[in-house]
Design a protein around this ligand. Structure first.
Ligand code: SAH
Length: 239
């Protein structure tokens, strides 16, 4: 998978993506991440990428020319997404969609945002990672790159774990435990130590349902509420 990122802070993106899961995916050539410095395509001695807004107001706006030039020079994989709080909300189903492609690209804004002509005629769509305002698109780009890359076959140690984790079936994940079986008086639930795999699977499914019902009723509603089978499962474990 090839992902191109356009930014005025290439080191921010490159450094984060050189460690851990992303670093390993790059070493193994599962991820071809190319970070482009928008300042390389400026034409003045100050390498200016921003200017004041037409119509007045606070702050600066990223100018179109360095962005158009950078994108034209790199010929990045499409779709090209601009990151911004007004974009389409990025979520796990979109991560899965992007994970099935050969690649895509991300444009990071800074300051008060990006000249609208870039958004109108250079990028394909806009992505938001949530309803809050960041200082720049770099962290948002890394969120997208990491969420997508861990779904690329071979990028995660255990290939089955992506099917079982939060959001895979519209629910959040059941609780996990490791050794020791008792820690500071807190015990791992007996069912997980019973060796009864069928009961373990039912307990996990019941816990995922109960947690989603209690913490994320919006997700449960989107899934169509609790079925008769779900209710029976919750009752089996007194949830
Ligand atoms: N004035 C803009 C905010 C600009 S924030 C507004 O009110 O909408 C500066 C840059 O940070 C944006 O161009 C975008 O690239 C990035 N950014 C901020 N919040 C973001 C979010 N929730 N998701 C994705 N990118 C975001």
């Amino acid at each position: 998978m090839r992902i191109d990122v356009f930014t005025i802070f290439p080191a921010l993106v490159d450094d984060f993506a050189s460690e851990s899961l992303l670093g390993k995916a790059r070493e193994r050539s599962l991820l071809d991440l190319r970070v482009h410095d928008l300042r390389e395509h400026t034409t003045d001695s100050h390498r200016t990428v921003d200017d004041s807004p037409f119509g007045g107001g606070a702050g600066m706006v990223m100018a179109p020319d360095p962005i158009f030039r950078s994108v034209e020079a790199a010929e990045p994989p499409r779709p090209l997404f601009a990151l911004g709080p007004g974009g389409r909300r990025f979520d796990q189903s979109m991560a899965r969609e992007l994970g099935d492609t050969e690649g895509f690209s991300l444009l990071c804004g800074r300051y008060e945002g990006i000249d609208e002509r870039v958004l109108d005629s250079l990028v394909d769509d806009q992505l938001s990672i949530g309803d809050y305002v960041l200082g720049g698109g770099e962290v948002a780009a890394l969120v997208v790159v990491e969420a997508v890359t861990r779904l690329v076959p071979g990028a995660m140690g255990n290939a089955t774990s992506a099917d079982e984790e939060s959001f895979a079936d519209g629910l959040i994940e059941y609780p996990q435990y490791t050794r020791p079986a008792e820690y500071r008086g807190m015990e791992v639930p007996d069912v997980l130590r019973s060796g009864d795999h069928g009961r373990v699977a039912r307990w996990r499914a019941a816990m995922a349902l109960a947690r989603t019902r209690d913490r994320r009723p919006d997700l449960l509603a989107a899934r169509g509420g609790l079925s008769g089978e779900d209710i029976a499962l919750l009752e089996e474990f007194g949830l």
